[in-house]
Ligand binder design. Sequence first.
Ligand SMILES: [Zn+2]
Ligand SMILES: [Zn+2]
Ligand SMILES: [Zn+2]
Length: 377
Amino acid sequence: MDEKDEDLGTFDPNIPEEGPSAPPPGWLDDVHGYQGHQGGEDDNPLYPPPPAYNPTPELDRNTLVPNVRVPTVSEDVARDALLKYVESKWKYSSKPARNLTFKELRPVTVYRYRLETYTETRTSSWQYESYTGQPVDGPQFGVSPPPWDIPVVLPERFTERVEKLRVPHSSFVKICHKCQGCGRTRCSNCLGKGQKRCFSCHGTGYRNRPGNHKNSGRTRCTFCHGRGRKRCISCQGQGYKTCSVCDGSQNLLHFILLTVTWENNVEEFIPDRQPDFPDKKFEKVTGDPFFVDENVLVYPIQGFPDQEICAVSTTMINQHLNNFSSTSRILQQRQTIELVPLTHAFYTYSGKEHSFFVYGTENKVHAAKYPTACTIL
Ligand SMILES: [Zn+2]
Ligand SMILES: [Zn+2]
Ligand SMILES: [Zn+2]
């Protein structure tokens, strides 16, 4: 007998099928101030922030910076730095570094401008959990406060953090949209029948023995013991599974989750003052922050000897305002001018002229060329 799949097992049409878990559109009620973000897993950005939190910059006000001296390194410091550098390179000998004669230590003025904009962003999304009788902070306790009115504990300035919290009074309980309150969903593997056609005998219960053996011919399928079908391993033969959305609790507690993100947006600029020195190397060293200006909003630098720094300060401040004030609340800004030490050291060794750079407060060395120690005295 060739059984059809449809005749196998039991099938309960009242049990909903397995599948995607997001609530269908319109399933949840709108909450004032949080409209338009149902169903999706995506966070809904909540902007623009209220004007009260968005101070207007007085762009005609400017920041004056004191003048600074250019740092120099001594011959001893330059030689020690070079020796350390040479020791880190296995193919270099320390002999030239020990015996070279300095001709000139030429300091180069290098400023690094840094703008930090510390922002707070708020987004929200509907979330749910299975409801098992836990307390429900619903609208009967009051109206949900607008997103930017929910109090949060601020982290230390310029430190990055993410905090997630439930919007007060946004919770409610509803029957599970997935299983319609059954607590279980139909198994998609066996379509609710609890068993599947045996793949070994294609449901016939018999298989043909190969060859010309005297016992050849039809034989009972050993895989299904002649039944032609096998218990569904996905649902253990039940035809249904515990609903994965409500974990069988039949009801869901929905709530709005507010995500508050604090970010420090850092941008740096170094004018190229020394073409022979690769500017990327500056990224790994520190300088002397001789000017630090911190405020809710900072103002462009003016009257500083390096015009490029003044110009970049104006541009960056405007860009940060445009980029961040429409989507976030700017909590604090900080602009820094660092003097990054850079010395071009010229020397002679074995009658030949060479040079190297000492840079950063760490006194790192960059030497494009270094004398090979082939001179035998
Ligand atoms: Zn199944
Ligand atoms: Zn079989
Ligand atoms: Zn469910």
